[in-house]
Design a protein around this ligand. Sequence first.
Ligand code: IPE
Ligand code: IPE
Ligand code: MG
Length: 271
Amino acid sequence: MFMPTSIANLGKDSGKTRPGRELPDDLDPQRLPQHVAVIMDGNGRWANHRGMPRIAGHRQGAKALKELVRCCKDWGVPALTAYAFSTENWRRPTEEVDFLMALFDKLLRRELKEMHREGVRISFVGDLSALAPSLQRTMENAMAQTADNTAVHFSVAVNYGSRSEMVNACRQVAAQVQSGELSLDEVTDEHIEQQLYTAGTVSPDLMIRTSGEQRLSNFLLWQLAYTELYFTDVFWPDFDRAAFADALRAFKGRDRRFGKAEDKVAASLTA
Ligand code: IPE
Ligand code: IPE
Ligand code: MG
C-alpha cells in the first residue's frame, strides 16, 4: 500500500484556533450541531455564470470544502459528511466524471499531510469497489493514516447512493437470517443501522444543501430521518465561513422535538 513514511508519525492536532478564526460571538458552542452533512451543489452553475468550464467550478468547490473542514475544527463541530459523487453522477459526460475522479485522487494526496497534522480523521462512505484501484488505494491510505485522529471526523461520500446502501444492508440482514445467525426479532433499527456505510457514527443533526435546490438526491435517506434541513441559494464554491455561520444560526433557532410536544405546550399541560 502507498504510504509515505514522512507523514506516518506526524504530531496530532495542536488544539489551537488561529487568531480571527474563532466561532462568531452570537453562536453558542453548546448549541452547535455535532455532525453536519452537506450536499455540495452548484459548482457547474457557479462556473457557467463566470463563463468558465464546469470543471473550474469543481476545482473552486474543492477549495470551499477544504476551508469548511478547517472551519469545523476551529469552531468545534466534530463531524462533517460531504456528498462528493452520487451513484447517479456516473450519468455525467465521461470527461467530467474522469476529471472529478482525478481531482479526488490529487486532493487526497496533496492535502493528506496537512489534514493529518490538523488532527482530521478521514473516511469514506459509498461503494468504493467501483472506483479505479489507484484511487481506492489513495483512499485506503488516507483512512489508515488518519484513523486515530480526533479533532474532526471528515467523511466523504463517493459513489454514494442511499438506496443502494439500503439494498446492501437488506442483503446482509437477509443472509444473516438465512444462515440462522440472526432471528427475525433481532432485525431492529439499531441492527440495520450497523449494516449501513455510516455504522458507528451519529446521525447528522444539520444537513445543508447549496445552490437553491431543495431535494435530497439519494443522500443519507435513513440517517436524515430527524435531521434539520437548511437550504441556501449560495453556490457551493462560494460557501464560506460566513455562509456556514448563517446555517449554524438557523440551526440554533430550530426547536428539535423528535415527536414530543413543544416545550411550552408540555409545561402548560402540567401547570
Ligand atoms: C455539485 O455541483 C458537484 C457534484 C455533483 C460532483 P454540480 O456539478 O452538480 O453543479 P450544478 O448543479 O450543475 O450547478
Ligand atoms: C447531488 O448533486 C450529488 C452531489 C452533490 C455529489 P446533483 O447535482 O448530482 O443532484 P441533482 O441531479 O441535481 O438532483
Ligand atoms: Mg448539481
